[in-house]
Design a protein around this ligand. Sequence first.
Ligand code: T3D
Length: 259
Amino acid sequence: MPEFETVRVAVENGIGRLTLNRPDSLNAFSEKMTTEIQTVLKSFSADKGVRCVAITGTGRAFSAGQDLKEISPGRSFADSLKRRYNPIIRQITGMEKPVVALINGVAAGAGMSLALACDFRIMSSGAKLIQAFVKIGLVPDSGSSFFLPRMVGYAKAFEFAALGSEVSAEEAMRLGIVNRVFPDEKFADESEKILTHFANGPTRAYSLIKKALKHSAESSLEESLEYEAYMQEIAGRTEDAREATKAFVEKRPPDFKGK
Ligand code: T3D
């Protein structure tokens, strides 16, 4: 793995860790950072030793979204999204392993979008989510307009997007935007347990779960039933499924290898 300027990267115990590392600007996405994120996610995707990906931020923020100091007059917003952000969102949703957002602090604009694209969100009790786009006259991007109404319904999605209001961890949990909230002092330890669980789980089943749930968004019940049968045929033939069935009969915990 090459050296990076704007992110920190580590792979240990099956967990690929990507830490956004521009704390002075609340981990705002610079051009360099989005390039580096793409490189890291590509590497995690190809690395069989990575069975779970964790994305978090250094300091008091997850990410404050696009670096506003890098927006120059005349620059194309569409080009920036298509070239920099959209590939990241596709990399996360297409990653054949769980991607967990550890929302350690504020996640605003595209920082919130990136968190919404992940499969599992763990939020620190003091953190907040902000659809900050509207405050600078922009609209939700990087997947927010897709993910948010599916998570919370049109009314709340419109409220958050149009008012740019802060969503507390408590409200995010109540609305089902995040999966877990932990007090700030327990955030690291409790998150670690969840990452370890995913890193030791049936990786191929996780990947097929992602595919099936994504597929359902655009399918009828009939199509979903067919697709489930197809996915299950693949899952049922994995080493992990065989091992888990055997473990059940032998009354012991399964030893998943991610195969
Ligand atoms: O073309 C395209 O690429 C389009 C893509 C758009 C995607 C987007 O993400 S648009 C939305 C961009 N993000 C925002 O509008 C959020 C801007 N930031 C804030 O509203 C606030 O900073 C926060 C609510 C996130 C946090 O507020 P607070 O009071 O805790 O911190 P602060 O004092 O505002 O910020 C601390 C420092 O971070 C400060 O730097 P300084 O003055 O100490 O040197 C501030 O300038 C810097 N900072 C915060 N956000 C950004 C940033 N620097 C650059 N870009 C930022 N987005």
